[in-house]
Write a protein that binds this ligand. Structure first.
Ligand code: SF4
Length: 277
């Protein structure tokens, strides 16, 4: 099982990445990869390096061992998989043959649901242009991360990509997205950043995102506030209480809670066809 609220399991056919925009600054996968490498997990070795005392991805992409690369083929139970949580399927250094293999596995397993999230829709578009025989299966959702207004162009590119269900992950949300165009978008994930060095996320930014989803008919999923100070309930914390404990009691969802104006928003796309548990 994955600890990510909007998926069930992660599937990492290959690992490794590089920082592409401000949303990557505190990349959880980058820290995790360095830890896995330190514990001797071979596929992570050589994917990160130290720069000024900080661990960063170095752009090297490692293929997972075969049983991991083909993992969904051996799972009969219909499962929702987040694809390449430790990489980006459309990373510029990912060999196109590997990407083709991943897509082929998704095609061969229609009983599963796949969630492909990228920060590289331009590279994705290029991949599809160069591989015109590829059929992107209906059971594979495709989405882009958008952390600020500068990254809104990714949604325009996403609209041109193949895919029955398209989604936007605005997490970590680093600023207001304003009047975001959600035409053709089925699902939006929102949330604040968590972990060491987490940046602020204002309730108004999330409210605006939810309201745009309601107005334009996209499903809205509030993942987390990230750090307790981002949670709107923080203003109600008694002076003698510890904020983290107060939020945990008042809003025990995700990291830093997830309630927005008293409601837990955990919607999925209308025709998601998710496995019934
Ligand atoms: S694209 Fe994703 S995996 Fe790669 S550095 Fe950015 S946040 Fe991390």
């Amino acid at each position: 099982m994955s600890s990510i609220e909007w998926t069930e399991r992660t599937w990492n056919a290959f690992v490794g990445c590089s920082i592409v925009s401000p949303g990557c600054k505190n990349c959880y996968a980058m820290r995790m990869a360095a830890r896995c490498a330190a514990f001797g997990q071979e596929q992570y070795i050589g994917t990160t390096q130290k720069v000024n005392g900080h661990t960063v991805w170095n752009g090297r992409i490692n293929r997972a061992p075969d049983h991991k690369f083909r993992e969904p083929l051996s799972v009969r139970r219909p499962t929702v998989w987040f694809v390449n949580s430790m990489s980006d399927l459309f990373h510029e250094n990912a060999p196109p043959e590997w990407v083709r293999e991943v897509i082929e596995i998704m095609c061969r397993t229609p009983h599963h649901t796949y969630q492909v999230l990228t920060k590289r829709p331009v590279e994705a578009e290029q991949f599809f242009r160069s591989n015109t025989d590829i059929v992107w299966p209906d059971n594979a959702w495709i989405g882009v991360s958008v952390e600020d207004t500068k990254r809104l162009f990714r949604i325009d590119v996403l609209r041109r990509l193949p895919g029955r269900i398209k989604f936007v992950s605005a997490e970590p949300l680093l600023g207001p997205l304003g009047s975001i165009d959600l035409s053709g978008i089925d699902w939006v994930i929102g949330g604040g950043e968590s972990g060491p060095g987490a940046r602020p996320c204002e309730p108004e930014w999330v409210r605006n995102l939810r309201d745009e989803c309601l107005r334009q008919g996209a499903a809205f999923f509030m993942k987390q506030w990230g750090k307790p100070a981002n949670n709107p309930l923080a203003s109600q914390c008694p002076a003698d209480a510890k904020l983290a404990d107060f939020i945990k009691t008042m809003d025990p969802h995700g990291k830093g809670g997830a309630l927005l104006d008293g409601r837990l928003w955990r919607e999925y796309p209308a025709d998601a066809n998710l496995p019934v548990r």
